[in-house]
Design a protein around this ligand. Structure first.
Ligand code: NAP
Length: 273
């Protein structure tokens, strides 16, 4: 294991505590102690004896730094438990493959304190056979979810999940700010906001089905009706500190769909094609 920060320490403790033979290396050596794992004297020594190399590093710049110092990874599987972009994942795969190893990208969907519990979920992508070879070890960390053979699938999935949270939370913040500026009790408003988020939760699978099928029924409102509300929202958010949340771009898109004769379709049509 390379990196004993918050995630790395929790992972090392869990694996060592489960009886696995774990060797750790950390850039700052004094932070590598206390996990129950053996501490290696160098990066190369840490990867010498094991076929599974976990990179629990801050970011992909750190991943690149460490991989550059490991030119021979023959027979090893490298898993980056590190948040990054799709290109970060593809670059790491190219580097590891060129060094003779196999690469799995991972998304850490858990805080350190939940590692090793049922509340922890980890996303993995890369060659399925490689994932399956290490699945029993990876399952010790939390529920492993294999999300695709493309190296970048876990990074895209992981970031998209973060995006769902940011959009919902920032939408809530814009709403609370808007009503507060209008002199309305935000706590009372929040009680009515929660069910709105619930509608998105309830409809998530049906929305995904619409996308898969390429059919966009209007539901409770069609695009023409949505456009009226969206324009009012842009106006409400005009003076807020967080901008309109991209609603100008959405309004432009809806207008062009209406102009193309699709005003009777539902909101999912905005991402058609
Ligand atoms: N913590 C969370 O709740 C959480 C949740 C989900 C996802 N994640 C993701 O998990 C990853 C690890 O997070 P963390 O919370 O464990 O981070 P962290 O506590 O900041 O630890 C970062 C680790 O990276 C090492 N490092 C940084 N730059 C390096 C470099 N250039 N070369 C070698 N080592 C380097 C640090 O070594 P030093 O000790 O020498 O600085 C440390 O071991 C991140 O990608 C994070 O986004 C974290």
């Amino acid at each position: 294991m390379i990196g004993t920060g918050a995630i790395g320490t929790a992972v090392a403790r869990r694996l060592a505590g489960s009886g696995r033979e774990v060797v750790v290396w950390n850039r700052t050596p004094e932070r590598a102690v206390g996990t129950g794992a053996r501490v290696a004297g160098s990066l190369a020594e840490a990867v010498e004896g094991g076929d599974l190399v976990l990179l629990t590093l801050k970011d992909h710049a750190a991943v690149r730094d460490c991989l550059a110092r490991l030119p021979d990874l023959t027979g090893r599987t490298v898993v980056a438990l590190t948040t990054g972009t799709a290109e970060d994942a593809r670059a790491a795969e190219r580097t590891v493959t060129a060094a003779g190893g196999s690469y799995l990208d991972a998304g850490v969907q858990t805080p350190p304190e939940a590692i090793g519990t049922d509340a922890a979920t980890f996303l993995y992508s890369g060659p399925r056979a490689v994932f399956e070879r290490h699945a029993s070890t990876l399952a010790l960390l939390g529920t492993p979810r294999f999300v695709g053979e493309r190296a970048d699938a876990a990074a895209v999935w992981d970031l998209a999940l973060f995006g769902v949270w940011y959009d919902a939370q920032l939408g809530l913040l814009r709403a609370l700010d808007g009503v507060r500026r209008a002199g309305i009790d935000v706590a009372a408003f929040a009680e009515t906001a929660a069910p709105q988020i619930g509608h998105v939760v309830t409809g998530a699978t049906a929305t995904a089905t619409e996308l898969t099928c390429g059919e966009y029924p209007a539901g409770p409102a069609d695009l023409t009706e949505h456009l009226t509300v969206i324009r009012h929202l842009i106006d409400l958010r005009r003076t807020g500190p967080l901008g309109d949340g991209g609603l100008h771009a959405v309004a432009d898109r809806v207008e062009s769909l209406i102009a193309g004769g699709r005003g009777g379709e539902g909101l999912t049509a905005t991402v058609d094609g």
